[in-house]
Design a protein around this ligand. Structure first.
Ligand SMILES: Nc1ncnc2c1ncn2[C@@H]1O[C@H](COP(=O)(O)OP(=O)(O)OP(=O)(O)O)[C@@H](O)[C@H]1O
Ligand SMILES: [Mg+2]
Length: 391
């Protein structure tokens, strides 16, 4: 199945939005190679077009692009292995070559090995080298910075995000509430990939009423807190780690679920999943029995429990945390469900059939409710009736 953010990845330079400054600098670097700084780092937050720009500009200037990744930098022999074909092959059309090293933050942090390999590659290379990074200013990349010009990629402005979303909606002929699109753009924090993912989720749910998505966007805090819990040495203070994150605990659970396998592996991952399961269990009880005091347990498993799953040591290294794609989907689904609940409430009040049973036997109930006389009697409002017709 096609994924919108991949499908609508820019193929031409003119389609790369909001990065004029970076484009100019990168173009300048390629034209004038080699300059004093022999490589560049495209530096910026996720989803702002770093990988895309490298590919598109290389294509536009008719360079052949060779992509290496952080794990190729493990040691000299693995690097040489990967580089050999690049350096030896005479380009078929005598075009230039450019090497892309995507996501250099991922270079192993513990020893300096990887960064050293990369620095010597830059020193020896006859070809321009483009690196990308989310945080070029981290201390482990200091030796690399000396060799590189840093080109900052900006977060995409909400207005530009909106333009791109609008053009996708048009091409897809999708029906999405305009106000919802607005909010997705406003709250994207300049991350186009996640904005497009949200848009795709919204389109699958269909036309919905406008909803408040503010809560989902405390990403800065949640990223920091997840890193704290997943990577720092476990401590009792962690029990209150999520208190500072302005997000419902059930959303926190989704963030934890999404990111655990990116950081943990093997036995620690198994343990973490067990604890996530416990948290989920309490979440269920809170819902079904309205036992709000269980929130404490859900919270404890998600914070201390998850942290302790990795043992007593800290976890160094770089991990890429990301926003769960399911959040918007789940949450829009709940919205849908919410209408069903208000209808069930009215039905229950006049028939004395329990709400739970109505929800369970929705199909039959729905058939009854399609009768406009019944609708009148129950005083269903226009939105409820519209919902009935659709679901
Ligand atoms: N400047 C942009 N103009 C148009 N589309 C963009 C732009 N930036 C990102 N996108 C969209 O977002 C998707 C992700 O972009 P890309 O992979 O280039 O981001 P990135 O900066 O490399 O992110 P990461 O740091 O996560 O690797 C693209 O497929 C494209 O659909
Ligand atoms: Mg990228």
């Amino acid at each position: 199945m096609k994924n919108w953010s991949e499908f609508y990845r820019p193929r031409k330079l003119s389609e790369v939005i909001g990065q004029e400054n970076a484009i100019e600098k990168l173009e300048n670097y390629l034209r004038n190679f080699p300059l004093k700084k022999k490589a560049v780092i495209l530096n910026g937050p996720p989803g702002t077009g770093k990988t895309t720009l490298a590919h598109v500009l290389a294509y536009d200037m008719e360079y052949e692009l060779y992509e290496l990744n952080a794990s190729d930098m493990r040691n000299k022999s693995s690097l040489n292995e990967r580089l050999k074909p690049v350096l030896e092959q005479k380009s078929l059309f005598e075009s230039g070559k450019v090497i892309l090293i995507d996501e250099v933050d991922g270079i192993s942090g513990e020893d300096r090995g990887g960064v050293t390999e990369l620095v010597s590659l830059i020193e020896e290379s006859e070809y321009p080298i483009i690196c990308t990074a989310n945080d070029a200013w981290s201390s482990k990349l200091a030796p690399l910075r000396k060799k590189c010009e840093i080109i900052e990629m900006k977060e995409i402005s909400p207005a530009d995000v909106k333009k791109i979303l609008a053009s996708i909606i048009k091409k897809e002929n999708a029906k999405i509430n305009a106000e919802l699109v607005n909010r997705i753009a406003m709250k994207s924090n300049g991350d186009l990939r996640s904005a497009i993912n949200d848009l795709e989720s919204a389109s699958k749910i269909g036309e919905t009423e406008v909803v408040d998505i503010d809560e989902r966007n405390r990403s800065v805090d949640i990223f920091k807190t997840l890193k704290h819990i997943f990577q720092d040495k476990v401590s009792e203070n962690m029990l209150s780690a999520f208190d500072n994150v302005d997000m419902p605990l059930d959303d926190v659970l989704l963030w934890v679920e999404e990111n655990i396998p990116r950081v943990y592996s093997g036995k620690e991952l198994v343990r973490a999943y067990e604890r996530l399961g416990e948290a989920d269990l309490f979440k269920g009880r809170i819902y079904h029995q309205q036992y709000w005091r269980f929130l404490v347990y859900e919270n404890a498993f998600l914070s201390y429990g998850i942290s302790e799953a990795k043992g007593k040591k800290e976890k160094t290294g770089f991990y890429k945390y990301s926003k769960p794609e399911r959040i918007l989907k789940i949450w829009l689904n709940n919205q849908k469900h919410a209408k069903r609940k208000t209808i069930a409430g009215k039905f229950s009040a006049s028939t004395h059939v329990g709400e739970k049973r109505i929800m369970k036997e929705w199909k039959e109930v729905r058939n009854i409710l399609k009768n406009s006389l019944v609708q009148k009697q129950l005083k269903l409002d226009a939105e409820e009736i519209e919902y009935l017709m659709k679901y």
